[in-house]
Design a protein around this ligand. Structure first.
Ligand SMILES: [Zn+2]
Length: 862
């Protein structure tokens, strides 16, 4: 027999002083036979998912008699096992459970989050259920394919507000029922009534049919900013005093709803959409249906303080989460092995929305440098994994929220969109949404929908890119007007001759002619007109592969350089460097390319990429040449292209470029930058508001780098600021001191209660890019490991993953044996793959460092 949940009637009573909650559940379910043959079966045991709860009572009534014999929680398996005194047959039933739990600090399940108002410490309670933490808040079938409806009620203090997926409908007082209409201006407040004591009851409208991981409940002193989009009420919810900073995000939400309603040709199905800023949050945001939660600095924009980078991030994250309201919430993956599709789709569509409304940000070029290359970096490792993996248990699951799920998956979808054409791609998606609405689907259902509308081999292309680990390198040679293509898996380390992909390629010729070809085999030859000079075999970096051109071809391609798009140029540098790291090309070739092809480059994003690449090489090699080139490029950028001072009318990419140049020159102790930063910092000390929002991050970091006395001042600002974005910038700066005592102080400080766990990676990632902090970062990792492990598990593992990935591959160079021994001996469940990956990255960096420079001294020894 199969237990199918139909409805969860849930009442929660959270206590924000003792940090506990009580719960009552009425689960209406049906028992259905697995197949017609077994229909005569009886059930004497009911098993639900539950963990970290105390089950107080459990009842299943039949003919007014409770037939529950006993119930017990099996902690290890996260199950609640209910034994019945008699067998029950096919039919529908009601199970009543009373339970208690703790508002935990794990950032998962039903948890508490701390914040400060007027110097006072306060708490709110909030939920985070994806992937499998709904079972921490109530017993359920915690599986995305078991969709049900939910009726949520909360019993809370009168001074508090509650938010769930739907709006409140009803209040109860002396057994009377009054249906209340929530008004636009007063939101939740009218729709409640008071009870005896200081409590009130809020009952929320029934949710649509949905998966458990999308349920939401938040309780606290929320404050709202609201507006209507057609019939949907959109609200920004924050802790007191912050809702006014949600204005930009509110606009983004309206834009995204409008975009997706048209794109999917299906209206947003709920009456309201909340965007809730949570002070303590493990990831960027979570797409709970109608009640999206965010980390504060991914939602709130403080005009005068927030940077353009934050503005872009908010637009992107809001669009990403709203894309999920259809793709993920309305149509849901069958099982977590298709989680990647959920995430990569939202990642891709988030960028589509941003590009639609802010074309001047050129997000597709940024998508190439961040998303495509981000996915490739991980996927070039032997220890990478296929996009689609078998998920056996929940510990394995959290580790899959990685660059393969988001970045590689998103890049593959972009490749497909560009290959099929926007109109056809959208048509296929619309069919998919309509067909599977309120149900579950698998990735292959989507490929089928796309193949049907396109008549192109979508299924075979996707099967290879999804089920096979890694991605291809395509080598191209030319002889007598014939191009020879050959593919092989690209790896930094080792070889794989077997894998073959089915690849759509977009060629561009010198005369600005594009040609689509399809490479389904290992090799392909293509005749071409010698007058149409080849410019690239991966136009706009639309395909997920590295291109390896023969030197003859590369030289002739240089003549077509005026036809190159920015992404083409970035791609050329990226692929060459990837081949250098793999030991297939020489660093000389990169320096030559940068020094000739790009010496007069004016594009902001290309220059930004070059400066970042050269600085990255310097951090590994500490060599004079990358330092010289990085300095030359950065100086030209500041003196002749963007200037030191931000201009009101400038493009976001110019803003990013300035920060990159200032940051690179800070590392090289440039006097002019030191002077500029000092001047800015002195004005900042006189008037905090004088510092331009787009210079804040770089001025904080450089001020500490150039002058040790500034450390104390900025540490104090960190403690006083209530803006998460500022706190993140200040903490990042505190990892960027040349004084080792300061570095130690910072690394100790981040383990104190003054720094929330979710903020650790900010300081750690800047310390790992600080040549003076190499040894201390490693020491810190080893020393703090036992405490870090204590906070591990669930989503917290994502933070540990970030920490390991920043420190080990860069700071570990020169200490390979020690760090490997340590990580192998101190394994941590759910991070096995991450440890393999970071150690492999370290080996690759070490090999590169030793190839070009045998001995890497630490900065403190120079
Ligand atoms: Zn997502």
């Amino acid at each position: 027999m199969n237990l199918i949940p139909i409805n969860y009637n849930l009442t929660f009573e959270p206590d924000l002083e003792k940090f506990r909650f009580k719960g009552k559940e009425i689960l209406t379910f049906e028992l259905k036979p697995h197949s017609a043959k077994t229909s005569r079966g009886e059930v004497k045991q009911i098993v639900l998912d539950a963990v970290d709860l105390k089950i107080v009572n459990c009842q299943l009534l039949m003919a007014k008699k409770n037939i529950v014999n006993s119930f017990k929680l099996v902690a290890k398996e996260e199950k609640l096992i209910i034994s019945l005194s008699r067998g029950v047959k096919q039919g529908s039933y009601e199970l009543r459970i009373e339970f208690e739990g703790i508002l935990n600090d794990k950032l998962a399940g039903f948890y508490r989050s701390k914040y400060i108002v007027d110097g006072k410490e306060k708490y709110l309670a909030t939920t985070q259920f994806e992937a499998t933490d709904a079972r921490r808040a109530f017993p359920c079938i915690d599986d995305p394919s078991y969709k049900a409806t939910f009726d949520v009620t909360v019993v809370i203090d009168r001074r508090l507000t509650a938010i769930s997926n739907t709006l409140p409908i009803e209040s109860k007082k002396n057994n009377e029922k009054t249906v209340l209409k929530p008004s636009l201006t007063s939101g939740v407040k009218d729709a409640v009534s008071t009870m005896q004591n200081k409590k009130k009851i809020i009952k929320f409208d029934r949710t649509p049919l949905m998966s458990t991981y999308l349920l939401y409940l938040g309780v606290g002193e929320f404050e709202f900013l609201e507006e209507k989009y057609k019939k949907t009420l959109i609200r920004i919810a924050t802790t007191p005093g912050k809702s006014v900073y949600g204005k930009f995000a509110l606009g983004c939400a309206k834009k995204s709803l409008d975009f997706f309603e048209k794109y999917f040709d299906y209206l947003y199905p709920l009456k309201k959409l909340d965007l809730i800023a949570i002070p303590d949050f493990a990831t960027g945001a979570m797409e709970n249906w109608g009640a999206i939660t965010f980390r504060e600095n991914a939602l709130l924009f403080y005009s005068g303080k927030s940077s353009k980078a934050t503005m872009q991030r908010i637009a992107e994250v809001v669009a990403h989460e709203i894309a999920h309201q259809w793709f993920g919430n309305l149509v849901t993956m069958n099982w977590w092995d298709d989680l990647w599709l959920n995430e990569s789709f939202a990642t891709y569509m988030g960028n589509k929305v941003v590009d639609h409304y802010w074309p001047e940000w050129k997000v597709w070029d940024q998508f190439v440098t961040d998303t495509v290359f981000g996915g490739m970096a991980l996927d070039s490792l032997k220890s990478s994994h296929p996009i689609k993996v078998k998920v056996k248990n929940t510990a394995e699951l959290e580790e899959l929220f990685d660059e393969i799920a988001y970045e590689k998956g998103g890049s593959i979808l972009r490749m497909l969109d560009l290959y099929l054409g926007e109109v056809v791609f959208r048509e296929g998606l619309r069919n998919y949404i309509k067909y599977f609405i309120y149900r579950n689907a698998e990735a292959k259902d989507l490929w089928n929908c796309l193949e049907k509308v396109s008549d192109k081999p979508v299924v075979e292309i996707m099967q290879k890119f999804i089920k096979q680990v890694g991605f291809p390198k395509i080598s191209v040679r030319e002889k007598n007007n014939v191009l020879f293509f050959q593919q092989r898996r690209f790896l930094f380390e080792g070889k794989d001759e077997k894998s073959v992909w089915k690849i759509p390629l977009v060629l561009r010729n010198g005369k600005d002619i594009m040609r689509q070809i399809y490479l389904p085999e290992k090799k392909l030859t293509l005749r071409f007109n010698p007058k149409e000079k080849l410019a690239t075999i991966n136009h706009n970096y639309s395909g997920f592969y590295v291109s390896d051109y023969s030197s003859v071809l590369l030289k002739s391609m240089a003549q077509s350089s005026r036809f190159y798009s920015d992404s083409d140029k970035i791609g050329l540098i990226h692929d060459l460097f990837a081949l250098i790291l793999a030991g297939e090309k020489n660093l000389e070739e990169l320096f030559y390319l940068i020094n000739t092809f790009f010496s007069q480059e004016n594009s902001s994003i290309v220059l930004h990429y070059i400066i970042a690449k050269l600085t990255g090489i310097y951090l590994l090699l500490r060599d004079e040449r990358s330092k010289k080139f990085a300095t030359q490029f950065s100086k030209r950028v500041l003196d002749r292209i963007v200037g030191y001072e931000p201009k009101a009318s400038e493009n976001i990419l110019e803003t990013f470029l300035r920060v990159a140049a200032l940051s690179s020159l800070t590392l090289f102790n440039d006097n002019e930058v030191a002077f500029f930063v000092n001047k800015k910092f002195i004005s900042y000390l006189e008037d905090e508001k004088s510092l331009h929002s787009d210079l804040r991050s770089i001025v904080y970091s450089s001020a500490i780098w150039f002058d040790d006395r500034n450390y104390k001042v900025l540490k104090k600002s960190y403690e006083e600021s209530i803006i998460q974005e500022e706190k993140a910038k200040l903490l990042t700066a505190m990892g960027f001191s040349k004084n080792r005592d300061r570095i130690k102080e910072t690394l100790e400080y981040i383990m104190s209660p003054k720094v929330p766990f979710a903020f650790l990676p900010y300081a750690v990632s800047s310390a790992s890019r600080n040549p003076y902090a190499k040894e201390d970062s490693l020491d810190w990792l080893i020393k703090s490991w036992p405490r870090l492990i204590k906070s591990s598990g669930g989503l917290a593992n994502m933070l540990l993953r970030k920490i390991l990935k920043s420190i080990v591959p860069v700071c570990g160079v020169g200490y390979e044996k020690e760090i490997e021994k340590f990580l192998r001996e101190n394994k941590i469940s759910g991070l096995e793959r991450t440890i393999d990956q970071t150690l492999e990255e370290l080996r690759i960096n070490s090999r590169f460092a030793h190839r070009y420079k045998i001995n890497i001294p630490s900065m403190s020894q120079v």
